[in-house]
Design a protein around this ligand. Structure first.
Ligand SMILES: *Cc1c(COP(=O)(O)O)cnc(C)c1O
Length: 430
């Protein structure tokens, strides 16, 4: 494939945008080549400015569960646009989308909309601290909760790819309140609580981690986490910005029996528009301004165009919950295909699937936490990624990311992808 126009565009972007990108993981730093610049999407496909066509398993990093240019979503967006882009005043669209979320999630009585996942988590943490009157928070190594200061500690994906444990510009004074535990390891959590039994405001976790590759939490681990939080009066926050409406209609909460105190959402609830949300029981949300004293605000929060996109998307999902079975089967078919392709040439590969989310590691052991994830063969991944891209398969450009099946991903596309995987794996061992 020729990438001449993208290479030139990347050079031009580099002159005026740091690293040529507006979010680091897009820069292809962990893989070979330069990022294709995208001209347009169509269903399950992406087209770059050189005219190359790709099967898209990134889907804007998760939001596009109906693929690109879904007619219903776009029509609702066009209608909203015609009425005006933003009012900074309440609209009924916000209430409608809130009602959809509240009826789906038992753990959410009330929800507030923001403009990104980062903002959702940042606000949820502030609320948890405000409600409990405590400063410390506990997170898990390898879990990503957006790029706000106190959460930028051992945070997976972009940071893992660049080997940066944290970031300059984040004062140690801010991260000293962030305690770190190991994913799927309750003893590491018990240790944190033993060290500061009454100071932890909340435990935040991706119940299905998607930012160190796909690493689901064990059900038993989540149950123990629930118990320890309740015992110590710490709030349990499920960060479902990625897994919400992806792992199932109710995210991880449709799979696990464990109920969190607070939930953060994003990605699919905006269907490609910038939306985040955080919700909880009514008594917790009552602490939020203007009902309560914990301040949180946003000029463009609940933006009508974004609300329209999210509302249409959620209504479509609710009208046809069986699509998650179909998406899951397709994800499984894809991962089984990758597995067989790897095994055929003795490349070690482990795979996992949760609903429409899939992940694979070039490793011979089951990945349970971030240290396990780091043991994957990232050079092998880089070669695989490049080989697949050259065959028109657009996979996430880091071995610490999750892949996504959308309703527009056809069996034919999956067959084509598996065929490519066989060829690329065979090339790698040549
Ligand atoms: C993507 C993501 C975020 C951050 O969302 P942005 O919209 O990128 O700010 C937070 N938490 C999780 C689990 C995510 O996957």
């Amino acid at each position: 494939m020729a990438y001449d126009k993208s290479i030139a565009a990347f050079e031009e972007a580099y002159k005026v945008i740091p690293g040529g990108v507006d979010s680091p993981v897009r820069a292809f730093s962990g893989v070979e080549g330069t990022p294709p610049f995208i001209d347009r999407g169509e269903g399950g496909h992406l087209f770059d400015i050189d005219g190359n066509k790709y099967i898209d398993y990134v889907q804007s990093w998760g939001p596009l569960i109906f693929g690109h240019c879904d007619a219903d979503i776009e029509t609702s967006v066009f209608k909203a646009v015609m009425k005006g882009l933003s009012f900074g005043a309440p609209t009924t669209l916000e209430t409608e989308l809130a009602r959809e979320i509240v009826t789906l999630f038992d753990s959410i009585d009330k929800v507030r909309f923001v403009s990104s996942g980062t903002e959702a988590v940042m606000s949820a943490i502030r609320l948890a601290r405000g409600v409990t009157g405590r400063d410390d928070i506990l997170k898990f190594t390898g879990c990503y909760h957006g790029h706000s200061d106190s959460l930028l500690v051992q945070a997976g994906s972009g940071l893992a790819t660049f080997g940066t444990p944290s970031s300059p510009g984040v004062p140690a004074d801010l991260t000293k309140h962030t305690l770190l535990a190991t994913y799927n390891d309750i003893e590491s959590v018990q240790k944190c609580f033993a060290d500061s039994p009454d100071d932890i405001a909340c435990v935040i976790i991706e119940p299905i981690a998607g930012n160190m590759g796909l690493v689901p939490a064990d059900e038993e681990f989540l149950k123990q986490l629930r118990t320890i939080c309740t015992e110590h009066g710490a709030l349990l926050i499920f960060d479902e910005v990625m897994s919400g409406f992806r792992a199932s209609l109710k995210g991880a909460q449709g799979i696990s029996t464990v109920k969190p105190d607070m939930v953060t959402l994003g990605k699919v609830i905006g269907a490609g528009m910038p939306v985040g949300a955080f919700g909880a029981r009514a008594d917790i949300m009552a602490h939020l301004s203007p009902e309560g004293p914990v301040y949180q605000a946003g000029t463009l929060s609940g933006n009508p165009v974004a609300m329209a996109a999210g509302l249409t998307s959620l209504k479509k999902l609710k009208a046809n919950p069986a699509i998650y079975v179909e998406l899951g089967n397709k994800a499984k078919k894809l991962m089984d295909g990758f597995q067989k392709a790897a095994t055929s040439v003795n490349i070690p590969l482990v795979t996992d699937v949760r609903g429409s989310m899939f992940g694979f590691f070039f490793s011979d052991k089951t990945v349970k936490n971030f240290d396990d994830a780091l043991e994957n063969d990232s050079e092998m991944f880089a070669k695989f990624h490049k080989g697949m891209l050259d065959k028109g398969i657009y996979l996430a450009c880091s071995s610490y990311e999750t892949g996504f099946i959308s309703t527009v991903t056809t069996d034919k596309m999956i067959d084509e992808t598996i065929k490519a995987a066989y060829e690329v794996m065979a090339d790698i061992v040549k």
